[in-house]
Design a protein around this ligand. Structure first.
Ligand code: TYM
Length: 334
């Protein structure tokens, strides 16, 4: 039977990229009746410096973002990673399975470390094997993610295969990345060649789930574009990354295909397309930010939900960790 696992780092505010690439699809999977487990990966967040009080705040805010996006904590399991210690424990075992050469190929590490690879944390380097632990700890079969996480899910498969092979077992199933929809890679509003990211220094480059209606509309109005009207077909957007990005966002928010969006706006300029996109974005996103504000007014309730989610996650994870420790040859006497 399928089981879905996915995670988001509470290392900053949630963006439209997180919503279209992840949260919206997480809610759809839940609504299809699949077993869904969603995790705020706070242990991953501290691979780069996080102010403790802000981290706590952002974890609660991200939990509110999940619920405001349609994740129902009674139908999905919603929890923060550090409350289920099995993640860190399996992460260590997988550190001993994964190879340095595999880690060296991770493009996200290379991007984040930049020229400063000697100064980043050891945790940032090991990040992908903790992510593998997240997924394998639940024997998850499907992992919905944005395009940028594909390499990490493929590495998870390599780690699972090596574990099974080394210990001569058929224990960890091979998880599949699920990358679907019109906006698997939402780009910056200021530069169509860069990913929209919570860590971009320019706030105008992204839409935050907490932005109010005026801010959303203004950011879309000021989004960088070219001066050409929209073409008749998608083919005509090939070398127009900013235009293509806005079309993809429109498609994902409206549930249309990108082809249909281009068809509808063919021949029109951004003077017409941007206001339509702004209206759509405000209609879809401002109820989310309103609901987040409402939920954030009761942090005690959010903590209760995360604690209950952690109990349910632990009930699945602990027996799988126990079997892993047996397979690896650890004495188990209590
Ligand atoms: P993170 O926190 O960077 O992003 C969370 C999810 O949002 C997607 N995403 C995007 N999708 C489309 N366009 C964008 N601009 C965009 N920005 C972010 C990401 O692809 C991701 O699906 N390593 C993961 C967190 C993680 C995880 C896991 C995911 C830890 N353990 C286990 C799946 C399974 C990360 O940093 O995501």
């Amino acid at each position: 039977t399928p089981r879905i696992f996915s995670g988001i780092q509470p290392s900053g505010g949630l963006t439209l990229g997180n919503y279209l690439g992840a949260l919206k699809r997480f809610a759809e999977k839940q609504d299809e009746g699949i077993e869904t487990i969603y995790c705020l990966v706070d242990l991953h967040a501290i691979t780069v410096w996080q102010d403790p009080e802000r981290l706590r705040q952002q974890t609660r805010e991200a939990a509110a973002g999940f619920m405001a996006s349609g994740i129902d904590p009674t139908r999905s399991i919603l929890f923060n990673q550090s409350q289920v210690s099995a993640h860190a424990e399996l992460g260590w075992i997988l550190n001993c399975v994964a190879r340095l050469g595999w880690m060296n190929r991770m493009t996200q590490f290379k991007d984040k470390a930049g020229k400063n690879a000697e100064q980043v944390s050891l945790g940032l380097y090991a990040y992908p094997s903790l992510m593998a632990a997240d997924i394998l700890l639940y024997h998850a079969t499907h992992v919905p993610v944005g395009d940028d996480q594909k390499q990490h899910v493929e590495l998870t498969r390599d780690i699972a295969a090596k574990f099974n092979h080394d210990y001569g077992v058929d224990f960890f199933p091979m998880p599949e990345p699920v990358i679907e929809g019109a906006a698997t890679r939402v780009m910056s509003l200021r530069d169509g060649t860069k990913k929209m990211s919570k860590s971009d220094p320019s706030d105008a480059s992204r839409i935050n789930l907490t932005d109010d209606a005026d801010t959303i509309a203004q950011k879309i109005r000021k989004a960088r574009t070219d001066a050409e009207p929209l073409p008749e077909t998608l083919e005509g957007l090939k070398d127009r990354p900013e235009a293509r990005n806005l079309v993809n966002i429109y498609a994902a928010l409206s549930g249309m295909t990108a082809e249909a969006v281009v068809g509808q706006f063919a021949g029109q300029g951004f003077g017409a397309f941007k206001p339509a996109l702004a209206d759509l974005a405000v209609a879809k996103l401002s109820p989310i930010s309103t609901e987040m504000t409402r939920l954030m007014a009761d942090p005690g309730e959010i903590d209760r939900i995360l604690g209950e989610g952690a109990d349910r996650a632990e009930a699945i994870a602990r027996p799988i960790l126990d079997r892993t420790l047996d397979i690896v040859g650890m004495v188990r006497s209590r």
